[in-house]
Design a binder for this molecule. Structure first.
Ligand code: PLP
Length: 435
């Protein structure tokens, strides 16, 4: 793909080739996917995506916060090709190979906490959360789990039970896992959360029967919500008081996205189990939990995965982490500041935008019906996302009416400026007063 410096949309969207593929997709692909607009991608390079009709888009979605190193980074592609010619699969469940061991060593070293740790590999975020649920119950011999409203942890039955994001994710799939409770995720004041936990422990659940509290240090799908600075410390204290495990779901917030390797590092807290996926392997399917070594007391056969931690994905992850450490985490922190400043400026210019929040390149703002900012407008948010797409910018929504920014961590100031300009143009063109 040739290199680009700006978006170029030269056909109506979807273009003729895209339209044909959309028709075929509608016949054979599950309608449960959540496509906000009809992008049919052909190829990607760094922060650019070219569609099947030759239109070029600036990508501020990164495959849902996955392509941390940009699309098809040459170093990542290089190790994928090399490993694919050497050994594609063997199953780390039954045998051993160096890339899996090397990656486990690396994850143990970079995960917060100066204590021995061990790693279990998966193919996805949901599977990492499943592994965390199973390990928490196994290691503590306790049944209960506590999670947060607005949290998103995946679609498999256990992860789905922890998820409390949108009813459509649960409807038709009940019953879910028993013994799971939810409390409020704080954004300004932790007191309501502490009160709900106290009430839960007073009225319903003996804390000695709680295996784990599962939390996204910065909520992803729920709206890129950053909790008050004291929240995670307070949660950890409650966990320590009752010997409850703290599980940090960093599937979206981890791997450099927030300007630190893991978002929980902003809060100075060390989880007992850390879940990662998404950005870890620049787009190859890989997830993992990194747990205190003493928790991994489960015997052979207790938990395993045929594909989890396959050699190609592990090599891609090692290359990804090298790039994150050498420059991309620092870049995410720097570009995040520029981005948040630009978002603030946009919210000043378009008063129906507001509630700018985030850390690093995990940032969002809400869309309201009007300048009073009293009512969120999911419809206007959808319209803005579509107008951005038509202008050559890929963005995703989050929360009830949030616009999420999760570009590759390779973005530079020019990309941020183009993205904000295109969003500004979209805002100019929205119809007012959409509810
Ligand atoms: C915080 C969080 N946990 C878990 C998941 C589930 O990951 P996957 O879609 O890879 O199963 C997601 C996906 O968006 C996520 O954002």
């Amino acid at each position: 793909m040739p290199s680009h410096s700006k978006p170029c949309v030269r056909t109506p969207l979807p273009g003729p080739r895209a339209r044909q593929l959309l028709e075929r997709d509608a016949n054979v692909v599950s309608p449960s996917y959540t496509r906000a607009y009809p992008l049919v991608a052909a190829r990607g390079k760094d922060v650019w995506i070219e569609d099947v009709d030759g239109n070029v888009f600036l990508d501020f979605a990164a495959g849902i916060a996955v392509c941390a190193t940009g699309h098809c980074h040459p170093e990542v592609v290089g190790v994928i090709c090399e490993q694919a010619e050497t050994l594609i699969h063997l199953s780390g469940t039954d045998f051993y190979y160096a890339p899996q061991i090397e990656l486990a060593e690396k994850l143990v070293a970079i995960a917060p906490g100066n204590f021995p740790k061990k790693v279990f590999f998966t193919n996805s975020g949901a599977e990492a959360v499943e592994a965390a649920i199973k390990l928490s119950r196994f290691a503590t011999h306790r049944p209960h789990l506590i999670a947060f409203y607005g949290g998103f942890h995946g679609r498999t039955m256990g992860a789905l039970t922890l998820t409390a994001s949108k009813p459509v994710q649960h409807r038709g799939f009940l019953p879910l896992l028993p013994e799971v409770s939810h409390v409020t995720f704080p954004t300004e004041d932790c007191e309501p959360t502490w009160k709900q936990l106290a009430e839960l422990f007073h009225r319903k659940i003996d804390p000695r029967e709680v295996a784990a509290i599962v939390v996204e240090p910065i909520q992803g799908e729920g709206g890129y919500l950053v909790p008050p600075p004291e929240f995670l410390r307070g949660l950890k204290d409650i966990c320590e008081k009752h010997a409850i495990l703290l599980v940090a779901d960093e599937i979206q917030s981890g791997m450099g996205r927030t300007g630190r390797m893991f978002a929980i590092e902003h809060f100075g807290v060390q989880p007992d189990i850390l879940c990662v996926a998404k950005g870890i392997a620049s787009g190859l399917p890989l997830g993992a939990i990194i747990a205190r070594a003493e928790l991994m007391s489960w015997p052979p056969g207790a938990h395993a995965s045929t594909f989890g931690g396959n050699p190609v994905a592990c090599r891609a992850a090692l290359a990804t982490i090298r790039l994150l450490e050498s420059s991309l985490i620092a870049n995410a922190a720097r570009m995040g500041e520029i981005l948040l400043q630009g978002m603030d400026d946009l919210a000043k210019k378009y008063p129906f935008l507001g509630h700018v929040r985030g850390k690093g390149l995990m940032a969002a703002m809400d869309v309201f019906t009007d300048e009073t900012r009293s009512k969120l407008s999911p419809a206007r948010r959808q319209e803005i996302l579509k107008l951005c797409f038509e202008g050559g910018l890929l963005l995703l929504g989050c929360g009830d009416a949030g616009i999420r920014f999760c570009p590759p961590l390779t973005v530079g100031p020019d990309h941020v400026s183009i993205a904000l300009d295109l969003l500004g143009q979209a805002c100019e063109n929205t119809e007012g007063e959409i509810t």
